[in-house]
Design a protein around this ligand. Structure first.
Ligand code: HEM
Length: 368
């Protein structure tokens, strides 16, 4: 996101002056048009992920994961095999493990407040997000909040992998040749630290050195493997995709919510009032349950607005126009336009409807 803003200011662009379709480069368009989202990303879409995604995963087809697989057909097959792990009921079954890390976070915040030491919000949210993902993915947290230290080198591995992907992703198949070179010369790549962590956990679980009575991603994946519904590589890539795709995104979103609340004290006051109201009505547990949180309209508005203002993904989510071309956002794009994205971090749309209508569309017509 920062780099996009820098890019715009470097070229003296005012993002507010641009239209809803911006040509970034030949064959690359950014659409700031909500209706385009469903067409490009919705269920059954024919728009494949662009080559940009390729560099964010294995350079070889047999190792592709949900994030970097570009073929719509192969992606759907992979997704179908693990879809049950991401269903709402599965996600709710992980809530108790998230709560364990919520308790660690609260303790950490209490101790920071008692010692009146400074807090680096993003670093703490990053440690929290990774610890939560560890709990639900491999059955134990990384312990980053307690250690205050990334002793496994995982944060750096993911950061370096993202920087590599963002650069090499612009150069199409270069990633494949880089992969061949790495394989031939046996060079250690940044993601090695993550793979080592995953393989260690799979091995511990398989050999019974680590047991778990909980239904985390690892145990569910091993069950699917045992039932021959997935391959070994699916176990590794699913765990890897969770760690790589779920951690920083969560940390960025949480930090953004905290930052915007700090910048807008009137919103913080209103959010606190909503929480106090719920407490008085005994509608809030400690820790708060997902089911209770989604029934708090102001909290939901705060989350959505913060994520809108500072999306976790800093690059356009580009897709390729399928054979025969397509009309998107009222414009025709020929087949092969290799980068069409409906969202990017610097394109913000103002909702010009009166406040009451916005509340109505959130299903809370009684709000002022
Ligand atoms: C607030 C937190 C999160 C945000 C903002 C976020 C955002 C996104 C976005 C925008 C994509 C789509 C990328 C694209 O198609 O171009 C995506 C995909 C994905 N995310 Fe998240 N994510 C979050 C949390 C998580 C978590 C917690 C997990 C795992 C436990 C996760 C796992 C994945 C996976 C596996 C994909 C690829 C899915 C596919 O293409 O089928 N994400 N995420």
């Amino acid at each position: 996101m920062v780099s996009n803003h820098r890019l715009l200011s470097k070229h003296n662009f005012d993002p507010h002056m641009l239209g809803s379709i911006v040509r970034l480069a030949p064959g690359r368009y950014s659409l700031n048009e909500p209706t385009a989202s469903r067409t490009l990303y919705g269920h059954g879409t024919k728009f494949e992920k662009s080559s940009f995604y390729f560099a964010f995963g294995s350079p070889f087809p047999e190792g592709s994961d949900l994030f970097n697989e570009r073929s719509v057909a192969i992606h759907s097959g992979k997704r179908r095999r693990v879809a049950q792990l991401y269903s709402m009921s599965a996600l709710l079954s992980y809530e108790q493990y998230v709560d364990r890390q919520n308790a660690v976070l609260c303790e950490k915040l209490r101790s920071i407040s008692t010692s009146r030491s400074q807090i680096h919000v993003y670093k703490l949210m990053q440690a929290y997000a990774f610890d939560v993902i560890g709990e639900i993915t491999v059955g134990e947290s990384f312990g980053f909040m307690q250690k205050d230290y990334d002793d496994l080198g995982i944060l750096h591995a993911i950061h370096d992998g993202s920087v590599y992907g963002a650069r090499v992703g612009l150069l199409g198949n270069l990633h494949f040749y880089a992969g061949l070179l790495v394989r031939r010369l046996k060079i250690a790549i940044p993601f090695t630290a993550v793979l080592a962590f995953i393989n260690k956990n799979i091995e511990l679980r398989r050999t019974g050195q680590q047991t778990s009575d909980r239904a985390d991603f690892l145990s569910k994946l091993l069950q699917l493997k045992q039932a021959e519904k997935i391959e070994d590589v699916d176990v590794i890539t699913t765990l890897g995709a969770n760690i790589a795709a779920g951690s920083d995104t969560t940390a960025i979103s949480l930090s953004s919510i905290i930052r915007y609340l700090q910048l807008n004290p009137e919103c913080l006051t209103r959010l606190r009032a909503e929480m106090d109201d719920r407490l008085v009505q005994s509608k809030l547990s400690n820790p708060v349950k997902y089911q209770e949180a989604i029934e708090m309209p102001y909290l939901q508005a705060v989350i959505k607005e913060a994520i809108r203002l500072h999306p976790a993904t800093g690059q356009p989510l580009s897709r390729v126009v399928p054979a025969g071309g397509a009309t998107v956002a009222g414009r025709y794009f020929p087949a092969g336009v290799n980068s069409l994205s409906s969202t990017n971090s610097f394109a913000k749309r103002a909702d010009t409807r009166p406040v009451c209508c916005r509340y109505q569309s959130m299903g809370t017509a009684s709000q002022p």
